[in-house]
Design a protein around this ligand. Sequence first.
Ligand SMILES: Cc1cc2nc3c(=O)[nH]c(=O)nc-3n(C[C@H](O)[C@H](O)[C@H](O)COP(=O)(O)OP(=O)(O)OC[C@H]3O[C@@H](n4cnc5c(N)ncnc54)[C@H](O)[C@@H]3O)c2cc1C
Ligand code: HEM
Length: 405
Amino acid sequence: MLSSQHRELVKATVPVLREHGVALTSHFYRRMFSHNPELKHVFNQAKQEAGQQQQALALAVLGYAEHIDDPSVLAPVVMRIAHKHVGLGIRAEHYPIVGHHLLSSISEVLGEAASDELLEAWRLAYGQLADLLIAAEQQLYTDGALSRGGWSGVRSFTVTRKVAESSEITSFYLSPSDKGAVPGFRPGQYITLKRYVPELGLLQPRQYSLSDAPGQDYLRISVKREPGNGATPAGRISNLLHDTVHEGDQLELAPPGGDFFLHEERSTPVVLISGGVGQTPMIAMLNHLVLTQSPRRVAFVHGCRNGAVHAMKRHVNQLAAECDNVSKVVFYEEVGADDRQGKDYDLQGRVDLGAVREQVLLPDADYYLCGPLPFMLAQRDWLLAAGVDGGRIHYEVFGSHTIAG
Ligand SMILES: Cc1cc2nc3c(=O)[nH]c(=O)nc-3n(C[C@H](O)[C@H](O)[C@H](O)COP(=O)(O)OP(=O)(O)OC[C@H]3O[C@@H](n4cnc5c(N)ncnc54)[C@H](O)[C@@H]3O)c2cc1C
Ligand code: HEM
């Protein structure tokens, strides 16, 4: 049981953790992977190499320590992490392993400053957070397995169609290899895919938003090839998918999940704002609203570099032309000779909500954002400054969320 004295000890370590947070978690990962190398199959090694996961966990620990008196503040973050963990197949038995290496790392990094009382306080605090996550994850595993077409763990899907959507985005249509039912999901949610990477000798997980409406006889994902440049290596899984996965091949998937989805209980307008491949969950929402003949007003706002990389433009053009309640605005950063203003794109430059104020400031609208982080922050700031309630702004990050943000 975590006493008030334990809580004070945990809170008192926040400044120390701020100072040592990243060093502590780097140490933790080195330690854990050397003792439990099987966990390398679960963690995205590119993020490990780029230091992103170290940051996510360090911030999660700090965020937790800061709110230890009122863990309810953490409820939405706990759900977000739980969805991510469930896609990755994290189970209750993994928690003691992580806890053991985390506590040993705290002790090793802090040296004499890590008193027995402090370590005991952290052991209890970690246990409390682990219990919250384990309970939330257990519920998600059960719900996933019991739902129609659902399963627990991984299931094989066959690529029935592979369609190039632009010069860098390709869609994969996936049907259960066992010919069983296709799972339902909420538009906006993602699946986690696991693929063997020969040069690492490891299975590697990646998340992909489902890019078509639920209720079809397939699941669809649309993947952008990450080419890399002189400074960063080419993305491993996106390139494997583009180059080596063909129609008839199989992919291993965890069930759909995620806490970013269309709020269907509402009847108010929906504004979908995306940058680049961030449009995938928006297309799922748009298609679902159209297929279910929702009378809600829908504004689709999208920005990308140019016409060559602009995926699914004909599809969105068609929906906007055919449905009175759907409007679209597309921004191109650079306009090519073949790009048709008023058809493929509407405005030149980066997405500027101020330029389309009347189309996006709709009464009681919900705003869904997905794209690079600076893009989403800019749109969120504009919406807040325009008086939109923060609770109506929902966002998906195609990377690690941090507990602080
Ligand atoms: C919820 C969610 C939904 C998503 N939905 C989609 C989607 O619909 N479509 C889509 O295309 N993607 C989506 N993503 C992103 C996707 O999961 C992958 O991250 C993406 O495909 C890149 O994976 P990769 O294996 O190709 O690249 P990785 O190998 O993981 O590399 C990722 C990036 O890190 C860089 N990098 C790698 N190693 C290093 C290093 N040592 N130092 C510095 N940089 C390095 C690479 O150059 C690359 O740009 C989503 C992500 C999340 C979390
Ligand atoms: C109390 C304990 C834990 C906390 C606070 C925690 C916190 C987090 C956070 C904040 C993220 C990022 C979520 C996001 O991307 O949105 C994350 C991701 C992840 N967690 Fe945990 N976690 C805990 C336990 C575990 C355990 C026991 C495992 C299993 C070994 C695990 C494995 C992972 C993996 C593999 C990821 C994804 C990282 C990647 O992309 O590779 N976590 N966790």
